[in-house]
Design a protein around this ligand. Structure first.
Ligand SMILES: Nc1ncnc2c1ncn2[C@@H]1O[C@H](COP(=O)(O)OP(=O)(O)OP(=O)(O)O)[C@@H](O)[C@H]1O
Ligand SMILES: [Mg+2]
Length: 531
């Protein structure tokens, strides 16, 4: 609902009333006045989306309003009504900022056309404003491994449908990129695509972000604001990191997913929207349901079509392909000619386990491009990765993920692992669990590395000592995954001297996830580096 409140300013009562009635029938909230003075009064009290303004008025010229509204923080569109329609006067109005003009007498269908044009324009402006403030990933889904080919195939099939899609996978695997592909290949590709990063918005604001608010709904709500569901009307909404929303917002979201309707915060008008929903999660939502952290009914509403994005370590051949593409892209960005990779660099790339997945690889290559000489290949030293002797076996799970191998993932199309866990107690639509088992076999785990690459110093190339080959030791009892995760997180925090933003980046998790984990460790009495 990008167009809602309309003000009509015309001293001819018949015109005013006819217009008012037509617009009311279309369910707009309409006010009409006969003088500039009254219009000013209304504009100072309320917000309007569209004004119809007559030129000749008892107390002045309607075009004077154009200048006044242009200084408003959220200016309405102005349509000039003129009885003296000449091309010159119309051009003048448009030059002064009018959205359009209409010549008396006009028909109701002319008004309909105008309203549609104004509504589309407002929607576009809002979407543009929103897009400008959000950074979204873009680009092609690169990969030639079996997993990625299957993923592309699934995207091609589900994208043109209206099905709600739940994209699961570890951090940095490309979930948002998959969501973008789904949108790009959908029938809604020319309608808005609105993303909400549920983890980045504080709990107190998320409701208003989703559903908008009315003026005065809370302290600081100085004007009415449309939420992201409204912005996405007619298009697609991406609920990124859906597992992070609170139970209260989960309940509200359920209603939108079921009924496609909601009320703005502080409002009582029910707003209906037509949106396709795509959600992503790096947590195992089925498990969150079992633990009582996520509503089961909402889970089923979201999990209509699950897509599992595989971790990079399981995509055979993709690391080098991606690395080559990224090196060319970053070469262009940093004005360097990169001549591929040295042999030892290729080996290091292939041996690293990429706990931060494609994002970690992308960052590693950007740093390497910066450190490499133009016209030369990227050497192993530029990558800042461990060179692991082939005979040293990796620790059981050397890196921890919110959503790793060890944690059962929700079943999904597009990747053949991990094995689907039993669904939470059956209620609602659990039908997809009957889907045939994934077509390709479990990929062998790539050797894991002890920790993600440390940020190389901008001056000295990040050459790391090879760990001395150790005598084979007695196999130690593997630590529980949670312990390994804790140790890894705390040591990363130590290496960043308590800098959480940097640590979250290195770990490939959101700052909010990191904060939550830190509070849990603090409660356990752990020493938190930097505190
Ligand atoms: N297959 C791919 N081909 C090219 N680029 C990719 C691929 N997968 C991921 N990327 C890039 O890697 C980066 C991380 O991807 P994205 O943000 O989609 O991951 P994510 O799974 O949503 O991560 P997070 O869980 O941290 O939000 C992006 O810059 C994206 O463009
Ligand atoms: Mg993401």
């Amino acid at each position: 609902m990008s167009l809602e409140r309309i003000l009509i300013l015309d001293d001819e009562l018949v015109i005013r009333k006819a217009l008012e009635e037509q617009l009311r029938r279309k369910r707009f909230s309409v006010c009409s006045v006969g003088t500039l003075g009254e219009a000013d009064e209304h504009l100072s009290k309320d917000e309007y989306d569209l004004l119809f303004v007559d030129v000749h008025l008892p107390d002045g010229n309607g075009t004077e309003l154009l200048e006044r509204v242009s200084s408003m923080s959220n200016p309405p569109l102005v349509v000039i009504i003129t009885g003296y329609g000449t091309v010159e006067s119309a051009v003048k109005c448009m030059q002064s900022g009018a959205f359009d003009y209409i010549i008396k007498p006009f028909s109701s269908s002319q008004i309909d056309v105008l309203i549609k044009k104004a509504r589309d324009y407002r929607q576009l402006v809002k979407v543009n404003q929103f897009l400008a403030s959000e950074s979204t990933v873009s680009g092609e889904l690169i990969g030639k491994s079996g997993f990625v080919n299957q993923l592309k195939d699934v995207i091609r099939k589900v994208a043109p449908t209206e099905a709600t899609v739940l994209i699961c996978g570890e951090n940095g695997t490309g979930k948002e990129l998959v969501a973008n592909e789904l949108y790009r290949c959908s029938a809604r590709k020319s309608a808005p695509f609105i993303r909400v990063n549920c983890a980045a918005i504080s709990e107190s604001l998320i409701e208003s972000e989703f559903f908008g608010h009315e003026k005065g709904a809370y302290t600081g709500a100085t004007q009415r604001r449309e939420g992201r569901f409204e912005l996405a009307d007619g298009g697609t909404i991406l609920l990124d990191e859906i597992s992070e929303i609170s139970p209260k917002v989960q309940a509200k979201l359920l209603r939108v997913l079921q009924e496609r309707e909601f009320e703005r915060v502080g409002g009582n008008k029910t707003i209906k929207v037509d949106v396709r929903v795509i959600a992503t999660t790096n947590r195992n939502l089925a498990q969150s349901v079992e633990r009582g952290q996520f509503r089961q009914d909402l889970y089923y509403r979201l999990n209509v079509f699950p897509i599992q994005v595989p971790p990079l370590r399981d995509r055979e051949g993709d690391v080098v392909l991606l690395a080559k593409t990224f090196s060319q892209n970053f070469g262009r960005k940093h004005g360097k000619q990169i001549k591929g990779f040295s042999e030892d660099a290729i080996v290091a790339l292939e041996r690293h386990s990429w706990p931060g997945n494609v994002r970690e690889l992308q960052n590693t290559i950007e740093r390497a491009v910066i450190l490499a000489e133009s016209g030369q290949p990227i050497a192993q030293a530029h990558l800042g990765l461990f060179a692991m002797p082939t005979n040293v076996s990796a620790p059981p799970v050397a890196h921890a993920h919110a959503y790793g191998h060890a944690e059962a993932a929700s079943p999904g199309y597009g990747a053949g692992y991990p094995a689907p866990p039993p669904p939470p107690p059956p209620h609602g639509n659990g039908g997809y669990y009957d889907a045939p088992p994934p077509a390709y076999p479990q990929a062998p785990a790539a050797p894991s590395m002890p920790e993600p690459a440390a940020m190389p110093s901008p001056v000295a190339p990040p050459v790391r000592e090879e760990p001395p080959a150790k005598a084979p030791a007695e196999p130690a009892t593997p630590l529980p995954l949670e312990e390994i995760e804790k140790k890894h997180i705390l040591s990363t925090l130590e290496s960043t001297e308590g800098n959480r933003t940097q640590a979250a980046k290195l770990l490939g998790i959101s700052i909010r996830t990191l904060r939550n984990k830190i509070s849990a460790y603090r409660e356990d009495g752990e020493f938190i580096p930097g505190e």
